[in-house]
Ligand binder design. Sequence first.
Ligand code: PHE
Length: 341
Amino acid sequence: MLDQLSALEAEALAALETVADSGALQAWHQRYLGKRGALTPFLRGMGQLPPEERPEAGQAVNRAKLALTEAYETREAALQAAERARSLSAKAVDVSLPGRPPSVGRLHPSTQTLRRVYSIFADMGFQVYRAPDVETDELNFELLNIPPHHPARDMWDTFYTTREGVLLRTHTSPGQIRAMREYCPEPIRVILPGLCYRYEQVTARSEMMFFQVEGLAVGKRITMTDLKGTMAEYARRMFGENRKMRFRASHFPFTEPSVEVDMDCILCEGKGCRVCKYTGWLEISGAGMVHPVVLRNGGYDPAVYSGFAFGMGVERPAMLVHGIDDIRYFFGNDMRFLRQF
Ligand code: PHE
């Protein structure tokens, strides 16, 4: 029996040498050390031996079991180490490669300009009032004193929806009516920023979509002086100290009197250049005193209340400040342009 045992031990150790992966190792374990493995009959057979042979045989079997178990564990550790080394070298990370920096997004130049405008007007007590881009003909035109077929509509041709009387607003002015109707009879000081749409030939100077900021102040003793002071302070904060302002007579159906607000050209300091078309002046805003009809449409009695309003572009000042010569860049989604701000 002892001969058979040592033959088995030798066979098992030899077989273990050829085991090359953990699957084969498990099979080996089952075959020799498992419950029904080759060693089990020796342990079981112990009872059939004459009592005096049992201690020696028992020790021999235990020694063989211990030897095989140790050999198994050594082999297992070696295989695991080899497998780990293999997977490390297969999935190797080259730590010397330069990292990929996360790209940081930024605000669109129109948004940046808008935020400067908000903070300038906030310092003068103006709140931001939001009004929708999709408007009714009534708010965009009629309540602003522009009846159907009025020739002034030519200035604000827009995109109409398939719903009768519903359109994309051509200016932020309809928000004046909304704000007045919401706050009446309280005094108002708001700016109304947002996109406007015009059915126009798209050129370097005009887009079919652009930002405007409307301003509206309504109260009991508001005069044109307040409008002028507000515009001058805006120009000073936006474009620098010592800006010269000029009010030029104009016409809008929803203001009376109406003006164009001009500022001396920041590029040539008023001497005359290509940007100001050699006039020395840049137009920054349409403005005026709120027309009595519009005040009444907003709910205010024009005999008691007065107000001023203005509406200015956002891309134009951004173009001036950054020297951008084509308004189409703003909505072209070209990263080469956007990355510069
Ligand atoms: N809504 C006018 C425009 O888009 C601008 C404006 C606003 C003029 C308010 C006067 C008062 O051209």
